[in-house]
Design a protein around this ligand. Sequence first.
Ligand code: NAG
Ligand code: NAG
Ligand code: NAG
Ligand code: NAG
Ligand code: NAG
Ligand code: NAG
Ligand code: NAG
Ligand code: NAG
Ligand code: NAG
Ligand code: NAG
Length: 419
Amino acid sequence: MQTYLTTTTAAAALGLALFASPAVAGEAAVGAAEPAYSVWMAESIMSRGQGIMTGQGGSSELLQAGITQRALGAVAMRYPAGATTPRITQYLEESAASVVPFTSNATYDALSYPMDRLSTGNALIGLASTSDNETASTEARTAADALRQSIDLNRRNDLGGLWYYVYPNWSYLDGMWSLAPFYTHYALDAAFHGSVDGSSENATTEALDDMVFQLDLLWNHTYNATSGLLAHGYDASRTAVWANNVTGASPHVWGRSLGWYSMALVDTLQILPPTGPACKYRDSILLKWRILASGLLQAVDAATGGWWQVMDEPGRAGNYIESSGTAMFAYALLKSARLGYLPAEDVMEALTVGTRAQKYLTDAFVVRDANGTLSYNGTVAVCSLNSTATYEYYVGQPINYNSVLGSAAYILASLEVEH
Ligand SMILES: *[C@@H]1O[C@H](CO)[C@@H](O)[C@H](O)[C@H]1NC(C)=O
Ligand SMILES: *[C@@H]1O[C@H](CO)[C@@H](O)[C@H](O)[C@H]1NC(C)=O
Ligand SMILES: *[C@@H]1O[C@H](CO)[C@@H](O)[C@H](O)[C@H]1NC(C)=O
Ligand SMILES: *[C@@H]1O[C@H](CO)[C@@H](O)[C@H](O)[C@H]1NC(C)=O
Ligand SMILES: *[C@@H]1O[C@H](CO)[C@@H](O)[C@H](O)[C@H]1NC(C)=O
Ligand SMILES: *[C@@H]1O[C@H](CO)[C@@H](O)[C@H](O)[C@H]1NC(C)=O
Ligand SMILES: *[C@@H]1O[C@H](CO)[C@@H](O)[C@H](O)[C@H]1NC(C)=O
Ligand SMILES: *[C@@H]1O[C@H](CO)[C@@H](O)[C@H](O)[C@H]1NC(C)=O
Ligand SMILES: *[C@@H]1O[C@H](CO)[C@@H](O)[C@H](O)[C@H]1NC(C)=O
Ligand SMILES: *[C@@H]1O[C@H](CO)[C@@H](O)[C@H](O)[C@H]1NC(C)=O
């Protein structure tokens, strides 16, 4: 009998570093006149105390913690001997511990937080696996288990699609980056798998089947073959004011939601082993990413090298280049070129486009503060389908200064450029 459970506790420790780039011998952060942008932005995020959950930070606070953990883990992995790496690792542990009180009751969490809650799961697996503090480790484990269990408790539409939040039958692209890498990592990790889902290989199969199924359902309901892009979400009951009467899709392509979906595909591919029974799940994800990457290369703005807030209305009055979606696409394209997820004919273009996009972000949105920190501009606030979902709605949402949804994605893009 073949086993799916290929990873070990040692690999679970990777949860802390969050499946980052392999370490390099050279140390870009040391001895240079300025630190690498990835390290510099990470230090700046920490100096602002961001990504630590307080319960007072609004509806996206768990997602802010999750993306901050992801970025800090990647920096620590890339620069293991960096001068600030011990502090980055400690901060990552503090961030993971800070979400424990908010994620340890599966019933409550599943019903009161959006899918975003799951974005913190891999850092909790990492903390549980590596902490010397037994209490902290046990608490992190409880929270990781509760998050996993909350997937089973999450409400679903008639098709089996997970609701993103409290809105009946609606599924969003945005939830997938929080769901898929955690669902996959947990299912494949021998130290975790089975504690809440029956301890059988079937449970791993069911989890991975469902993970791919969720990506698939969203794709089938939101993909537009003309643009090569995916709409923000869909309503399976097609009753929402914005729902397409055939597919249920919302009318517009929102940059950051497609950014989350892109990162979901690429980060999950990195977790799925290239051999063994679980490798079969790679095929449909790889196929989706190749189609989507081609759509992203088409949709990039020729003048700036960034991507529009409303991607299906490039250049329309009120539309603008948005700094979180652009960072996510730059990261996903560069990483997938590096790891061989793209067909040969797209690799050079993906590298060129991704590198140019990160440079544009640095020039247009990174602000050098007098005291030496970096700030980050141009990241749109939350865009919800609990709205008219019109063009005017998307371009009328406020711009946030120093949103980690943008600056942490910028770190991930910058790490790829620094490779
Ligand atoms: C979780 O929260 C629910 C709803 O508030 C509550 O009924 C339940 O007792 C809690 N479970 C645990 C284990 O604390
Ligand atoms: C261990 O972790 C617990 C829970 O996070 C914390 O309250 C305690 O202060 C930690 N102990 C030490 C020695 O750091
Ligand atoms: C959600 O879908 C179910 C099953 O199709 C349906 O009964 C229910 O009315 C839908 N809810 C809304 C608010 O459309
Ligand atoms: C696993 O799945 C197979 C095929 O669906 C089924 O025959 C078997 O009973 C399941 N085993 C367990 C332990 O649930
Ligand atoms: C999505 O569409 C493809 C192609 O039509 C189909 O094979 C697949 O079963 C669909 N997936 C879901 C979850 O509906
Ligand atoms: C698909 O995209 C094209 C090009 O952006 C657009 O004209 C068309 O309305 C879209 N179709 C749907 C169903 O949204
Ligand atoms: C669906 O919407 C389209 C475009 O608004 C409309 O032309 C068509 O008649 C509608 N079909 C149904 C079955 O309502
Ligand atoms: C650095 O300057 C920025 C911009 O003025 C400010 O927001 C931030 O609080 C300062 N950071 C520190 C550590 O003083
Ligand atoms: C941030 O961007 C807005 C435009 O979106 C601009 O008005 C503002 O001056 C920028 N802030 C800084 C500090 O550059
Ligand atoms: C959905 O939108 C309505 C109308 O703006 C608002 O009253 C309600 O609080 C929103 N629901 C949630 C869960 O944010």
